[in-house]
Write a protein that binds this ligand. Structure first.
Ligand code: MG
Length: 457
C-alpha cells in the first residue's frame, strides 16, 4: 500500500496527536467523507470523551459532516458505550465519537459507528477511506448544508437502558458497597449514578472528568490500581472497578483488594450468564485465557475465537448471534444490551451475579480453575513488524500453531504462547499462559530470546 492511500483506521478507529498528525483540516475532511458515506434520512450523532482536545475536534467533525449535507445532533461528553447505545436506540443513522480510549492524554481520535451502534466493519472503513482519498465527498452548497441541534438524552437513556437488563430489585436488596475508580474518564458522568440508582453505596476515586488524567492515567492495568485496592479494603466494599478513559473497559478487584485481568472476571460473568443464555456462543480474541473455554464447555457452549480488536469481537457476535463477548484487557460485551464493550453494563452484571448467587466476589472467582499468565511488549519499528513475524514463524519449531492473529503456539494442551504485532503501536506483544507456573516462565524466557533476536536481526 502506498503512502498516498495508507490505512487511516487502525485497530480501533482513527488515532493521532492533535496539532501533529491529527490536524483539524484532516478531521473536517474525514468527517465530510463519513457524512457523505451515510444516507441522509436520519442525523448522525456526534459525541466525545473527556480529553482536552475533544471539544475542538468535535467542532471540526461537526463542520465536516454539515458540509457534506448530512444533519447531526451534538451529544457532548459521555462514555463511548453511552454514545453507541444512543445511536442504536434514539433513531440515528450512525455516529462519530471523538475519543482516544485509553491512550495517553495528548492523543485523540474518531470512532465511527453504524445505526446499530457498533463500530463500522473493516469493509466500510475501506469504503470511507476511498471517499476521502478520491475526494468524492459531497460538497453541499449554502442551501443544502446539514442542520444541527443538541442531543441531551444520552446519559439518562444509557443508565435506564442498562437498568432494564438486570434484576434491579435483587441488586437493591443486596445493598452492595462499590468503589468506582473512574480514572478521571467519561464514566464520571454515568457509572456512579447508575450504581446509586441500583441501591449501592458508592465511593468514587479519581472521580472528576479531567483530560489531563491526573489520577492514575487513562489505562487501567493491575499495576496502576493500588489506590482502588486500598479503598476497597478500607471501605469494606463488595468489590472495586476501574474504567478506561472513555469508559468501555473495566477491570475489577475483589473485596480483599485483589485485582483481576478482564478475562478472569469475564469468565466469571460467562459462567453466570450462560445460565440465562443457554448455549452461548461466546466470542473472544485469541489473547484471552483458555479459562473461558473451560467455563463455556461446562455449559455446553461454544467459544468463537477472533483476531484481537473490539470491532472483531462485536462483528463476530453479530454474525453468530452471540449474547456474550470478552477481551483480556477488560472489555466485556453484553449482546442483549448492545454488542459493544461497556464498563457500566459490565458493572451492573457483576452486581446482579453477586446478588443472585449470594456469594462474594473472591469466592466466585476462586472457584474457577487457576491459570498463570505473562504479558510483555517489545519495541519494534512498524515497518519491521512483518519481517520479525516471518523470522519468528521460521524459528518456532514446536507445538501446534494457530494463525488466527499472529502466532499462537500451543506447547502442550494447557500451555500456549502468542506472538503478535500490535495494531496501534510499534510493538510486538507476547502473551503466555499455562495451568503450571513454571511452564509459563520457561516458555516466556525461550520466546523472549527469540523475539529480541528477531527484532535485532
Ligand atoms: Mg476504551
Amino acid at each position: 500500500m502506498t503512502e498516498q492511500n495508507r490505512k487511516l483506521f487502525g485497530t480501533n478507529g482513527i488515532r493521532g496527536i492533535p496539532g501533529r498528525d491529527l490536524t483539524l483540516e484532516f478531521i473536517a475532511e474525514m468527517a465530510q467523507s463519513i457524512g457523505s458515506y451515510f444516507s441522509r434520512d436520519h442525523p448522525l450523532l456526534i459525541g466525545h470523551d473527556v480529553r482536552n482536545s475533544s471539544p475542538a475536534i468535535s467542532k471540526a467533525v461537526l463542520s465536516g459532516v454539515l458540509s457534506s449535507g448530512s444533519n447531526t445532533q451534538e451529544a457532548g461528553l459521555a462514555p463511548t458505550p453511552a454514545h453507541q447505545y444512543a445511536v442504536r436506540t434514539l433513531g440515528y443513522n450512525g455516529g462519530i465519537i471523538v475519543t482516544a480510549s485509553h491512550n495517553p492524554p495528548e492523543y485523540n481520535g474518531m470512532k465511527v459507528v453504524g445505526s446499530d451502534g457498533v463500530e463500522i466493519s473493516r469493509e466500510t472503513e475501506r469504503a470511507i477511506e476511498a471517499v476521502y482519498y478520491e475526494k468524492k465527498y459531497n460538497k453541499a452548497d449554502w442551501k443544502s448544508l446539514g442542520r444541527t441541534n443538541k442531543e441531551t438524552r444520552v446519559v439518562e437513556n444509557y443508565i435506564t437502558g442498562i437498568m432494564s437488563q438486570v434484576d434491579r430489585a435483587k441488586i437493591s436488596e443486596r445493598k452492595a458497597t462499590v468503589v468506582l475508580d473512574v480514572g478521571n474518564g467519561a464514566q464520571a458522568v454515568a457509572a456512579p449514578y447508575l450504581c446509586e440508582r441500583l441501591g449501592c453505596r458508592v465511593i468514587t476515586i479519581n472521580g472528576q472528568a479531567d483530560g489531563n488524567f491526573p489520577g492514575r492515567g487513562p489505562e487501567p492495568t493491575p499495576t496502576v490500581l493500588h489506590d482502588l485496592s486500598s479503598a476497597v479494603k478500607s471501605y469494606r466494599a463488595d468489590f472495586g472497578v476501574a474504567y478506561d478513559g472513555d469508559g468501555d473497559r473495566s477491570l475489577f478487584c475483589d473485596e480483599n483488594g485483589e485485582i483481576y485481568w478482564g478475562d478472569r472476571t469475564g469468565s466469571l460473568l460467562v459462567d453466570y450468564l450462560l445460565g440465562k443464555h443457554k448455549g452461548g456462543p461466546v466470542v473472544t480474541t485469541v489473547s484471552t485465557s483458555q479459562l473461558v473455554d473451560i467455563v463455556a464447555k461446562s455449559h455446553d457452549a461454544r467459544v468463537i475465537w477472533t483476531t484481537v480488536g473490539s470491532v472483531d469481537v462485536s462483528r463476530a457476535m453479530i454474525n453468530s448471534s452471540a449474547p456474550l463477548g470478552l477481551e483480556e484487557n477488560g472489555g466485556f460485551f453484553y449482546g442483549p444490551h448492545i454488542p459493544v464493550r461497556d464498563g457500566a453494563m459490565t458493572t451492573a452484571l457483576v452486581l446482579e451475579a453477586l446478588a443472585l448467587t449470594k456469594t462474594t466476589f473472591s469466592k466466585a472467582i476462586n472457584a474457577l480453575p487457576k491459570f498463570y499468565q505473562k504479558k510483555a511488549k517489545f519495541e519494534c519499528p512498524a515497518e519491521k513488524r512483518e519481517q520479525v513475524m516471518k523470522i519468528l514463524e521460521e524459528r518456532s519449531k514446536e507445538g501446534k500453531i494457530d494463525r488466527t492473529d499472529g502466532l499462537k503456539i500451543w506447547l502442550d494442551n494447557r500451555t500456549w504462547i502468542l506472538l503478535r504485532p500490535s495494531g496501534t503501536e510499534p510493538l510486538i506483544r507476547v502473551y503466555a499462559e499455562s495451568n503450571d507456573e513454571s511452564n509459563v516462565e520457561s516458555a516466556y524466557k525461550r520466546y523472549q530470546g527469540l523475539v529480541e533476536d528477531a527484532i535485532a536481526a
